[in-house]
Design a protein around this ligand. Sequence first.
Ligand code: NAP
Length: 267
Amino acid sequence: MLQRQIATTGCRVSAFGLGTVKFGRNSDLKYPNSFALPDNRTIANLLAIARDHGVNLLDTAPSYGSSEERLGALLNSQRHHWVISTKVGETWSEKGSQFDFTGSAVEASITASLKRLATDYLDIVLVHSDGSDEKIINELDTLATLEKLKSKGIIRCFGISTKTITGGMLAIERCDLAMVAYNLTQQSEKPVLDYAVELNKGIFIKKALDSGNKPRHLDSKVWLQDALQFVLNHPAVTSVIMGTINPQHLKENLETINQIQQGKLLA
Ligand SMILES: NC(=O)c1ccc[n+]([C@@H]2O[C@H](COP(=O)([O-])OP(=O)(O)OC[C@H]3O[C@@H](n4cnc5c(N)ncnc54)[C@H](OP(=O)(O)O)[C@@H]3O)[C@@H](O)[C@H]2O)c1
C-alpha cells in the first residue's frame, strides 16, 4: 500500500488507517447497528490483517472507551511498526462526553495516553473538537501546548479533527494536518481539502463510508468502491481512516484501496 508523508514532518502513513472506536466503546455512538466489543484475539487478527496489507496507521482516542488501553497491551513488541494517532480534548464515560481544551488538560491527556498506549512518544495528536473549532484555535493555548510537546519530541505531528469549514481552514494554516468528514453524501468541507493541497498539509478522512449508512438500493461492493474511489480521488487525502471490527470488511476495504491505487478500478 502506498504511503504519504504528513506535510514536512517525516511522518509517513499508509493510505488506509484503521479506526478503532469499535475496539473500546459500543454505546452512545451513531452507527446504524449495535455490536459487542471484539475480544483480544479478534483485535489481534485485525491488526495482523492490516499489517500484512501494508497498513501502518492506527487512529484512537481517550474517548474511545478502552481502545487505547487495548492497543497498548496488544502492540507491545510491534510499537515501532505503527504510527499511532490519538486525540486530546474529549473524555467519555457512560454519562456522556466532557471537553477540556486548555493546555493543562492537553498535557494531562497526553501523559495518560502515553501510559495507556504503553509508549514514550505519540506519532500524531489531534484535537478532538466539539465544534468550537475557532475558539480552540484562536482563544485557547491548545495548539501552543501541542507545539511545545512537538518541540520536545513527545509528539511528532499535530492537528485538529474539525467540524467547521472555517476551523478546518485555520487548522490547515496552524497545524500539520486536519481530520475532516468527507464522503459521497457529505462534501461541505471540500474547501479544507483544497486548501491542504495548496499549503502541502495532511488530511485524514473520517466517515468515508458515512459511518456505515449504506443507501438501501446500492449493492455493497459498488457502494464500497464508489465511496473509496470518491475519497481517494482528492489529491489532499493523506489517509482514509476507516473503522471496522469485521475481518472480512477489513480485507474488502484494503483490497479495494489497493485496486484503486493500482489503477485496476475504472474512475
Ligand atoms: N475525530 C472524530 O471526531 C472522529 C469522528 C468519527 C470517527 N473518527 C475516526 O474515524 C474512524 C472511521 O469513522 P466511522 O467509524 O464513524 O465511519 P466509517 O469508517 O465511515 O464507517 C465505519 C462503519 O462502517 C462499517 N464498515 C466498514 N467497512 C465496511 C464494509 N466493507 N462493508 C460494510 N460495512 C463496513 C463498520 O462496521 P463493521 O465493524 O461491521 O465493519 C462501521 O460500523 C473511526 O473509527 C475513528 O477512528 C473520528
